[in-house]
Design a protein around this ligand. Structure first.
Ligand SMILES: [Zn+2]
Length: 493
């Protein structure tokens, strides 16, 4: 039997026994994250699935999944495996994002703003890696599914900032975004919603993510996305490292309307995990410290304006504050160190710092796909760090995948770094030595891989055999990984 339009054949009633009504149907559309299973050693073919998500961050990538039934083009046989195309638009669910509800959002396609995206059902191009491969073993599962990958943002930075300001102004009532779906072929008559729709009759318009439990909100965060070195879905491009062209590993989504920083890691098979969220502050930039003798302190630096006890748990005991913004820290074991402002007359010469988690213990997946980010602190109260530098440190921890990494500190919340004179502003990480030369070398290599350019060691035991390091006085009890190269972080603007 051919295609039957009941309006053309009013003599055929719905209870006609031999009649099967086949209606193209858009059953569901939702925002999603990709979940990949398998793909580890020994080699198994990975499979891919999608989980609905109900929260997004301005500027991050998400998938839009549209599920259909019988979505054969009108001019094709019903048993054809060809599928028609859909047009997907994002709509404001309220006034919070643009000032107008039910407005079509202009989102970037990578180069310009678009108000809709057209995709053929069953096309899995959005699952390709950067080399154009798509190695999932279950692509047949998606013959009736449209898959779109979008960055949730307008193209221009100024528009991004407008959205961010509006999100900020909406407070805890975050803006919602709905998904609008129509067939590309205007002559195609479709039903919306699941056939056994228990919520009521099928939706008359193709609007999704607007029912209770299926809403999607957009929030402001600063975001660092960190990649496994061999992740083939990382589109950040390459740079030269040790005379070798390698993929970049860290990107940054800057959002001036948030003081929170979220860290995500994409593992080898491109599963994404949230590692932690930290609060960011902005403080005056400081120079490297100077050693000050007791005599010098007594005679030249007794004009401090105030003094307070240093944060508990570290080597510093007292901080002295001066009219020119400098700070002198004192502790019994190391004496006095002075940290002057880099630009005493420029209040805008600031650095970003995050307060790091007190201990981190993340563990997802196994084998080559493992995402283990674990460290603890020892003998230090220096728990602030440049936010990008901390992204590098997370990359190091996950590349090592160890449980015994001990951090001996970065910097304080005022950007000083007592007793170290070399890492104000939190661009360096001190760690205790691991147990053998071989595994400590892996740590050195990981710090290099994640953009730390200056690695300092001591001169006892096997420490001099660590390649890609330099000797520096005072490093027999810890490795110093410093001068994190901010320029290697890809800022997505
Ligand atoms: Zn150090």
């Amino acid at each position: 039997m051919g295609r039957v339009w009941l309006t053309d054949y009013p003599h055929i009633s719905l209870d006609f026994e031999d009649l099967t009504i086949v209606t193209p149907r858009i059953t569901n559309a939702y925002f999603a994250k990709k979940v990949v299973t398998g793909g580890a050693v020994p080699a198994t073919t990975p499979t891919v699935a999608f989980d609905e998500i109900n929260e997004g961050i301005l500027g991050r990538d998400v998938y839009i999944i549209v599920e259909t039934e019988n979505f054969t083009p009108p001019n094709q046989s019903l048993i054809s495996t060809e599928r028609a195309s859909l047009v997907v638009a994002l709509k404001t669910g309220d006034c919070n994002l643009t000032g107008v509800a039910d407005e079509t959002l202009q989102i970037t396609n990578g180069t310009t703003d678009v108000d809709s995206i057209t995709v053929q059902v069953g096309d899995t191009t959005a699952l390709n890696d950067i080399e154009g491969n798509c190695d999932y073993g279950n692509l047949d599962d998606f013959i009736d599914t449209a898959i779109i990958k979008v960055s949730l943002r307008p193209n221009a930075r100024t528009d991004f900032d407008t959205w961010a300001e509006n999100i900020n102004n909406s407070g805890s009532d975050l803006p919602t975004i709905e998904i609008d779906v129509v067939p590309e072929d205007k002559n195609m008559i479709v039903d919306y919603g699941p056939e056994d729709n228990t919520q009521g009759p099928p939706l008359k318009i193709g609007r999704f993510m607007n029912s209770e439990g299926h809403e999607f909100t957009l929030e402001n965060k600063n975001v660092y996305e960190i990649y496994h070195g061999d992740n083939l879905f990382n589109s950040l491009g390459t740079h030269t490292h040790n005379e070798e062209v390698v993929r970049r590993r860290i990107s940054f989504i800057e959002n001036d309307f948030s003081t929170e920083v979220k860290y995500f890691f994409y593992n080898l098979i491109d599963n994404c995990y949230e590692i932690c969220e930290c609060t960011q502050t902005r403080v005056r930039r400081r120079n490297n410290g100077q050693r000050i003798t007791s005599t010098n302190f007594q005679s030249n630096y007794n004009n401090y304006t105030s003094s307070v006890a240093a944060p508990q748990g570290g080597d510093a005991e007292t901080n002295y504050y001066y009219a020119d913004g400098s700070i002198i820290s004192y502790g019994q074991a190391y004496g006095y160190r002075r940290y002057a402002l880099t630009s005493p007359n420029d209040p805008n010469d600031l650095v970003d710092l995050i307060r790091m988690p007190d201990d981190l213990n993340i563990n997802f997946e196994t084998g080559l796909n493992n995402v283990r980010a674990t460290f603890s602190y020892r003998n230090t109260a220096r728990r602030y760090c440049n936010p990008a530098c901390f992204a590098g440190f997370i990359g190091v921890l996950i590349q090592l995948g160890r449980t015994d990494v001990v951090c001996t500190g970065m910097c304080f919340g005022d950007a000083t770094s007592y007793p170290s004179v070399t890492h104000p502003n939190g661009d360096s990480v001190d760690t205790a030595y691991l147990s053998t030369l071989a595994i400590e070398q892996l740590k050195v290599d990981a710090f290099r891989d994640y953009y730390f350019t200056n690695i300092l060691r001591g001169n006892i035991s096997w420490y001099p055999q660590l390649t890609d390091t330099a000797y520096s006085n005072g490093h027999n009890d810890h490795l110093h990984s410093g001068d994190f190269n901010l320029e290697r972080v890809v800022t997505i603007n």
